[in-house]
Structures are given as C-alpha cells and as structure tokens.
Write a protein that binds this ligand. Structure first.
Ligand code: MEV
Length: 316
C-alpha cells in the first residue's frame, strides 16, 4: 500500500515573530503544495528521496544524527515504526511545488505531509493528531516554533492563531490576490527567531511596546478582513512591516522589493521569519498585473490564491 498526503504552503498576513511571545497571528494557506508518498519495505531502513537530496538510514539510528533537512521525517518514521512494533522499513518520496527556506513554510508543510503520509500506513488519525505529530517533528529542528505554520498547513484557509494552540478558521473568504516574490536569500527560521529573542532581551521595553501595538493592529486587521477592506488591510500590512523592520528582520533587499510595489499594490510586507525569503503584496484584479510587473523584472514572483483545503490524504 502507498500512503500519500499533501499540505499547502502558507504565508503570514500579520503577526510573525510576535506570535512566538504569546501574540496572535493571521495566516493564510496558498495553492502551492508539498506531497509525501510513503510505503513499507522489507529493507528495514528508512529511505528518503527529495529535491534536496537522498537519505538511507537505519530505522533504529538516532534521528538526531540525520541531516536537518531529513530529521523531522526520520523522527516521524521511527515514531510510527516503534509505536506499531513494525519490522518493516519505509520508503518516503517528497515532492515540492515551491522552494524551501524562503518563508513559505516548506519545513512545516513537509512535516504535516510526512506525518499524514507515514501515519496513514498504520492508522487513521484526525487532523488534530496529525498536527500534534507534525509539530513534535518540527521541534526536532526548531525547538521554539509557535506551531503556527504547521497549523496553517493542516487546516488551510485563513486562520487566526494563538501560541497556546487556539485556532479559529475565518468563515468569510476575503476576495483578494496576493503576489509572492522571492528575494532569493535563503534564511534559517530558527536563527532569525533567536536574533529576535536577543533583541527582546536587550531592548525589553521597545519590544514589549511593539507587541502591544501588534496586538491592536491584528484586531483591526481581523475587522478589515471581515469587511474585505483592501485599502485598510494593505495599510496595516505596511504598518506591520515597520514593526518587523524595528525588530531587525527586514534588510535592504526586502526593503527595496517592498518599495517597488509601494505605489501599485494595497500594501506589502515580508512573510515568515524574514532576513531573506519572500515578501507578499496585496492586490486585486485592478492592480494585480501592475504589482506582478513591478517585481517580475528583478525577482521570481507569482500570484497566489487561498488554499481552503489544508492537509489531504489518500492511499492506493
Ligand atoms: C515563521 O514562519 C514564523 C515565525 O513567527 C516563527 C514561528 O511562529 O514559529 C517567525
């Protein structure tokens, strides 16, 4: 039997970094996916194939020895084999429609799709159980994750998320387009999160005031999303970008990408950890082509739609 699962990329509309310290974030899944296919084998090994490389490892070896790219998948495979006292090995193939390390949640989408696919070889799990397994797996490489990215990948749509795990999927579906542009600068989310922790420790009062401002910005954003008020949502994105610049997670390249769309889109900001990765710009049919055009001369970019499905599983 082959067990397949896929999970979408995500962007963060509002609240990255501040969410790690107990705030709220608004996330949105987009229509680019990672698919993981797995099957039991007689080799007694865990074998992984992806565009990032290949790994063949003993199923009893410590997952901590695996390369970071493969570690969460090895963790999930070992946990499932142990739970079911299985003698088998597992072959796992990962296919991605979007690049890794650029703030689109590739690591989380991979954890969610791997948790769905590998656990599906042994048992039927609820989305909540798969989410828990995928966050445990992501913590093998990024201990302080808020869990927000995996949650977006599991449920799809637009989510209001609290670090304590409280999730609300927004019932209304706002009508907007997003342009995602890649700076081409690869970043490490856990490193950028550590940088922000240092900022918070050294400039506690500034950080705490920014957390308060971000919290009220998010309430305004929820209100504006409900009304599909793109002018207001865009302004709030631009304001959120200013907060992110203050905590040091933007840089000159990201800043100049945002300037390119300042006058054509409704608003723009980095998405995810920052210090590289992608920016997002808010548009609709009146300015989508101009927004894409402003970025496409210099950067890889695409227009994204909201993915309402989240995790998908099947077996053959
Ligand atoms: C990364 O996509 C989002 C961060 O807020 C980290 C996290 O929430 O785990 C930077």
């Amino acid at each position: 039997m082959k067990s397949t699962a896929s999970a979408p990329a995500k962007i963060i509309l509002f609240g990255e970094h501040f969410i790690v310290y107990g705030g709220k974030a608004i996330l949105c899944s987009i229509n680019k996916r990672i698919t993981v296919e797995s099957e039991l084998t007689k080799t007694g090994q865990i074998e992984i194939e992806s565009s990032l490389g290949k790994l063949k490892t003993s199923k009893s070896g410590a997952y901590k020895n695996a390369d970071l790219v493969f570690r969460p998948i090895v963790y999930i495979a070992q946990r499932m084999l142990e739970k079911f006292h299985s003698e088998s090995g597992i072959k796992i193939i990962v296919r991605a429609e979007f690049p890794s390390g650029v703030g689109l949640g590739s690591s989380s989408a991979c954890c969610v799709a791997a948790a769905g696919s590998i656990s599906g070889l042994f048992e039927n799990n609820t989305k909540e159980e798969i989410l828990k397994l995928s966050i445990d797996a992501e913590r093998t490489i990024f201990e302080n994750t808020s869990g927000a990215d995996c949650t977006a990948c599991v449920y799809g749509g637009i989510l209001e998320y609290n670090k304590d795990g409280h999730v609300k999927k927004l019932e209304f579906v706002p009508k907007f387009d997003l342009v995602v542009a890649n700076s081409g600068i690869i970043h490490s989310t856990s490193k950028v999160v550590s940088m922000v922790r240092q900022f918070k420790d050294e400039r506690h009062e500034v950080f705490s005031s920014l957390c308060t401002q971000e919290a009220s910005l998010i309430e305004e954003a929820l209100n504006a999303l409900q009304k599909n008020d793109l002018t207001k949502i865009g302004k709030l994105m631009t304001q959120n970008q200013e907060f992110l610049e203050k905590i040091g997670v933007s840089n000159d390249t990201l800043g100049s990408m945002i300037s390119l769309v300042k006058d054509v889109s409704y608003g723009a900001k980095i998405t995810g950890a920052g210090d590289g990765g992608c920016i997002i710009a808010l548009a609709d049919k009146t300015n989508l082509d101009r927004t894409l055009g402003a970025l496409a001369k210099k950067y890889e970019c695409f227009s994204a739609k909201i993915d309402m499905i989240g995790l998908e599983q099947s077996s053959t």
